[in-house]
Design a protein. Structure first.
Length: 307
């Protein structure tokens, strides 16, 4: 365990005992830096004119941008926290995970629990695929976690959530082969987890984790508290920006922007670009059986770095 990881773990334990909402001092500048980057991205674009909102189109564009970038911020927060642990590694996929027809057929005919010991080959013909928001390897637990981060699940209908879960399940059945071909061997489990960034919903038996539960998911004792702190800090900064924007609009309403510049918003559901890891020649050995299933909260690790 690194010095930073150990210090953050001990601090999180002491804060939990006191019931304080604060996080370890070492994490504060990291969280603040992520928020600065998010606000820079939000401010980078120019507002799009809107006949309905008129002079307040800038405010409408700001709110839409905040909604989108909040999801990215949560992903980056989880990735950054995972990078602090020597036991975890974030995998950068160069392409989405394949969803092969055989996986869909298995899911159609069987319960998910019955497929936990099954893995499928990925090098077959397929038309569908799924790109996780995060794919994290836990080298101690010998498992890979396929993670989808949602800003909030409150607006998700159960049918839409079921479709997402099904795609993640199908991708998990081939993820073991994908990772094995990349030389990432020794994985015994592949789990799926959907993170509710609003911290409102939790159903771990169905793979849904509230934001406060990410510490259990990743075996990082301070992660849940840090993610809640990140969201609270972001909310405070956003509301300050909105107050200043509203004051400018009320005191001196701006003319609608009729320029043809593209909106800086990224379409919903589209992932930011990420660089794939450099290709390296690997020796592929026979792949042992891999269990796949819903992610389960393992619990926080002790200062020695083990569950």
């Amino acid at each position: 365990m690194s010095h930073f990881h150990r210090a953050a773990a001990c601090s999180a334990t002491s804060h939990a005992a006191l019931g304080s909402p604060s996080v370890a001092p070492e994490l504060e500048p990291i969280l603040a830096g992520l928020i600065d980057q998010a606000l820079e991205a939000i401010r980078a674009g120019s507002a799009r004119s809107d006949d309905v909102f008129g002079s307040y189109a800038e405010l409408n564009s700001f709110v839409r941008a905040v909604t989108f970038h909040e999801g990215i911020l949560l992903e980056q927060g989880l990735e950054r926290l995972a990078s602090l642990s020597p036991d975890l590694r974030v995998v950068k996929l160069s392409e989405p995970l394949p969803i092969v027809p055989a996986a869909l057929e298995l899911l159609e005919r069987n319960d998910w629990d019955a497929l936990e010991a099954i893995h499928l080959r990925s090098d077959v013909h397929y038309k569908m695929s799924y790109m996780p928001d995060l794919l994290i390897l836990d080298r101690v637990a010998r498992r890979a976690i396929i993670i989808d981060v949602k800003r909030s699940l409150s607006s998700y209908q159960e049918s839409k959530l079921k479709t997402l879960r099904r795609k993640m399940m199908a991708a998990a059945l081939t993820a073991g082969d994908v990772l094995h071909q990349q030389g990432r061997q020794g994985i015994a489990e592949i789990d799926i987890a959907i993170i509710d960034g609003s911290d409102e919903q939790s159903a771990q038996e169905r793979g849904v984790f509230a934001l406060r539960e990410v510490g259990e998911l990743l075996r990082l004792p301070y992660a849940g508290r840090a993610m809640l702190k990140l969201r609270a800090m972001f909310a405070e900064r956003v509301q300050d920006e909105m107050q200043q924007l509203c004051q400018r609009l009320v005191t001196a309403p701006a003319e609608p922007d009729t320029s043809s510049s593209d909106d800086y918003l990224v379409p919903d559901g589209e992932d930011p670009e990420s660089e794939g890891e450099e290709a390296a020649e690997v020796v592929v050995e026979p792949m042992p059986p891999i269990r796949v299933g819903y992610a389960r909260g393992i619990g926080a690790i002790d200062p020695a770095g083990r569950a």
